[in-house]
Design a protein around this ligand. Structure first.
Ligand code: AMP
Length: 439
């Protein structure tokens, strides 16, 4: 009997895995430019960690967690996100003890949510994220938002909107929740069962509802901006203007509340603008400020700000917007028609790989025609062909497999010549950065 993958999971194979690695490396590299160090926390945590942090009013805790009892009778949950685990780790390892704030971490890894699978929504997916805890500052908030923006730019996605809002301080939020309760009480009979529950537990969550009839009702709900204290308004304005100073335009979205309970103050999301033929996969990432999260998991009362981006969604958008002719494959295919040439090619391949080229070659002698077919199957950009005469003269022919142009190159110059040929090839192929330079 064939065993299928679990619903909502997917295998990431070959070229796609390469794209994931490229995105993850770019993300972690960018975070390190801002001084974030990597943290790897367990995939399983005690369930109460998520109840206390992500929160009992969130959809994640209510409907989406993979929770089970282990053989020791403990309630264990596969992490639905990484922030809570990072906070738990800061507390477990007393990383706050030396008072050196902010503590800055970046991460990448799998998360699990029992959601209805659809475009950009999986039950196992990967998140990249950063957290900065302690020493709160408008600059710190802006820095985290800028990291996500820089990643999108690096991936060639400049068609992106940064939505921003403030959930205000505790007082503002209390007043706003009251106003929402009053407004939604008048409409709740017509709203979905989830919203009925949300009204009881946390009316802010109703603003997230995707049911079309409810979205209409939400449109006329009171706006957070009308309930923000002067201080919270000024804070949001300052973060917006700091972002502007580094060229990042934001758009205030007063209904942006995010789906997790721990956010307070500034919240944000990145959305890819609509493009024909590209599915709307929802937010590429988002995050926000959290005043009480570390304290809620047993640490000192230090504020923080975090960001999480979905690697699956980034990979989908990068793939959909890349020049479709750009195929990941070998940089060069070394063609050997005789045993002598194969012997020389083996050494040449070793040298080229040492210099960072992706190299494929044949080990059994074949005709030139068969070798061109093989190079094609490997998506090779260039072929290196060595004839009897060239072999004796220590030369090779480098053939651009797209333009069919062929150049005679001395073996000693091959590395340099190939570098410039490949750079030109990728620049011509795709004005968008394919990440080739970052490898
Ligand atoms: P969140 O932790 O809910 O703030 O989500 C942060 C980012 O993770 C989202 O913007 C998505 O890019 C990604 N994400 C969240 N849930 C899923 C999912 N079920 N499948 C794929 N990506 C997801």
């Amino acid at each position: 009997m064939e065993i299928n993958p679990v619903k909502g999971t997917h295998d990431i194979i070959a070229d796609e895995a390469y794209l994931y690695t490229m995105i993850e490396n770019a993300a972690m590299g960018i975070a390190s430019l801002y001084g974030y160090k990597e943290i790897r926390t367990p995939i399983i945590e005690h369930t109460p960690l998520f109840l206390r942090s992500v929160g009992e009013s969130s959809d994640i805790v209510n409907k989406e967690m993979y929770t089970f009892e282990d053989k020791g009778g403990r309630s264990i949950t596969l992490r639905p996100e990484l922030t809570a685990g990072v906070m738990r780790s800061i507390v477990s390892n007393k990383l706050y003890a030396n008072g050196d704030f902010p503590i800055k971490f970046c991460y990448v890894g799998p998360c699990f949510r029992y959601e209805r699978p659809q475009a950009g929504r999986y039950r196992q997916f990967n998140q990249f994220g950063v957290e900065a805890v302690g020493a709160p500052s408008v600059y710190q908030d802006a820095e985290v938002i800028a990291i996500g923006h820089r990643l999108l730019n690096t991936l060639g996605l400049d068609n992106v909107k940064v939505l921003i809002n403030s959930l205000g301080d505790e007082e503002s939020r209390k007043a706003y929740k009251e106003a929402l309760r009053e407004y939604f009480s008048k409409h709740i009979d017509k709203m979905c069962p989830d919203c009925k529950r949300r009204l009881e537990v946390n009316p802010l969550r109703i603003l997230d509802c995707k049911v079309p009839e409810d979205v209409e009702i939400v449109k006329n709900a009171p706006k957070m901006t009308d309930y923000l204290s002067q201080e919270s308004k000024a804070y949001l304005r300052t973060v917006i203007s700091i972002l502007k100073s580094v060229g990042i335009e934001t758009e205030v979205d007063t209904n942006l509340v995010r789906g997790l309970d721990y956010y307070t103050g500034v919240v944000f999301e990145y959305h890819f603008a609509k493009v024909e033929g590209v599915d709307n996969v929802g937010a590429l990432g988002g995050g926000g400020h959290y005043a009480n999260l570390l304290a809620e998991v047993g640490g000192p009362k230090e504020e923080g700000i975090g960001l999480a981006m979905g690697v699956e969604r980034l990979a989908y958008i990068v793939k959909s917007t890349l020049n479709p002719n750009t195929k990941i494959g070998a940089d060069v295919y070394l063609m050997g028609m005789t045993d002598d040439i194969i012997e020389q090619n083996f050494v040449l391949a070793d040298m080229l790989r040492g210099n960072g080229f992706i190299v494929e070659m044949n080990y059994a002698t074949k005709s030139l025609g068969a070798l061109f077919k093989a190079a094609n199957r490997k998506n090779a950009k260039f072929a290196i062909i060595v004839g009897e005469d060239e072999f004796n003269k220590k030369e090779v022919s480098v053939k651009n497999l797209k333009s069919q142009e062929q150049t005679l190159v001395k073996l000693e110059d091959l590395d340099n010549v190939l570098h410039s040929m490949l750079n030109k090839y990728y620049a011509d192929e795709n004005p968008v950065d394919t990440g080739k330079e970052e490898q």
